[in-house]
Design a binder for this molecule. Sequence first.
Ligand code: ADP
Ligand code: GLC
Length: 481
Amino acid sequence: MKVLSVASEAVPLAKTGGLADVVGALPAALKPLGVAMRVLLPGYPAVIGAARKAKKLRQYAELFGGPASIVGFEAAGLDLLVLDAPHLYDRPGGPYGPAGGGDWPDNWRRYAALGNAAADIAAGALGVWRPDVLHAHDWQAAMAPAYLRYGPAEGRVPSVMTVHNLAFQGQFAASIFPELGLPAEAMALDGVEYYGGVGFLKAGLQSASAITTVSPTYAQEIRTPAFGMGLDGLLNLRAADVFGVTNGIDVEVWNPAADTALASTFTPATLRKRETNRRAVEERFGISETDGPLACVISRLTWQKGMDLLSAEFDRLIGAGLRLAILGSGDTALQGALLAAAARHRGRAGVVIGYDEGLSHLMQGGCDAILVPSRFEPCGLTQLYGLRYGCVPVVARTGGLADTVIDANEAALSLGVATGIVFAPDSGEALVDAARRTAILFADRKAWTAMQKQGMRCDVSWERSAAKYANLYNALVTKGT
Ligand code: ADP
Ligand code: GLC
């Protein structure tokens, strides 16, 4: 089984969020199941810079405004295909916009080109290698199934469209349509047209053979008006083709027994060694008080993640007995509000603004709990890292958070199956109440340690979910297009 995975990010080459972790981890997880996955990425400077012994596999005299080529090479354990198109991708800053924030104005062209190249590869343009299935991730790759659908029938392989976050849809003005190179009939309700413009994610959802999202609960939620972001109608029409597959994590990269970012590695049998890491976190965040659980937040600072609730309830969370270490970047107003809140509680709370992979590992390995107060969360990865590292997840009951953490209610505690604390989303009151429960449970050392160990026993690897993707690919190939 050969699969072309198409995405705008993959660790370690380009990352703004969990999408990159998933795209980067899937190929290795699928390999033992007989799936050979190649990943098509845009040729950002960091991606091109990783090229060693690159082979030019296809040349375009002109692709969306300039010459381009598809090159193949291996890097960071990934079998890569890269769309090298300097006019689209060779620029400083992040994948989607300049360093200061905002989006590149030509993002529609940059990701239409990616989808177009992916469909070409699926149709056999490389000659030497052609996939049996095309797997597109999020709106940036979502034009791939659409280009396949409107391309020549003999080139059509089945496709999977995975939604990592329905909030980002790639919605553009109708005026771009003539430049997409699609037949006129594609500008229709059952094509790429969306609210009078062109919707990339909408086009992918409409065109793909199957749709997946990254947890079963989110797969249900996105079919309701409250979470559907305007696409719930379409997702309901396609309900028979919508599946939830919970993300796993790379258990080699995230392994507390061998993590070089930790001050001290540990196992469930040597949990006490976490104290060395905790002290390192306290030092890094200027936290001198030692009573109460040290809770961390590792997050994009946005409304989705409930970071406004965190900042609004900061004083009460501290009052409930928590100490707080926060690592994040994003919204500048939230950054300021959190820094100011931490300054009010010097010695008990600290904030580091920025993106720091190593520090995030240390926090998981040293903090007592990780707080994830999201309003919606397709899957969420930081609570999975928390489970693996004995950093007890305290999470909102939504999406993948609801699917991966077992609340420490009376029944779960008495059976010994609790792995965290789960509270109602979108409510400051519920968040503060969860903080109180955390502090009370933490004071019961035996119960807390049992919960840490139970979490560390959870299978958060890709094993089960990779099998679900492999089964889906097989079913689609058997069914044909
Ligand atoms: P999302 O993709 O919506 O941001 P996820 O929980 O799926 O949420 O993934 C977030 C990923 O980004 C995780 O790997 C997390 O550890 C990482 N991350 C988020 N913020 C930071 C930060 N400031 N520093 C380091 N890692 C971060
Ligand atoms: C998105 C979601 C997050 C999910 C990640 C990987 O960024 O916001 O919940 O874990 O994709 O699928």
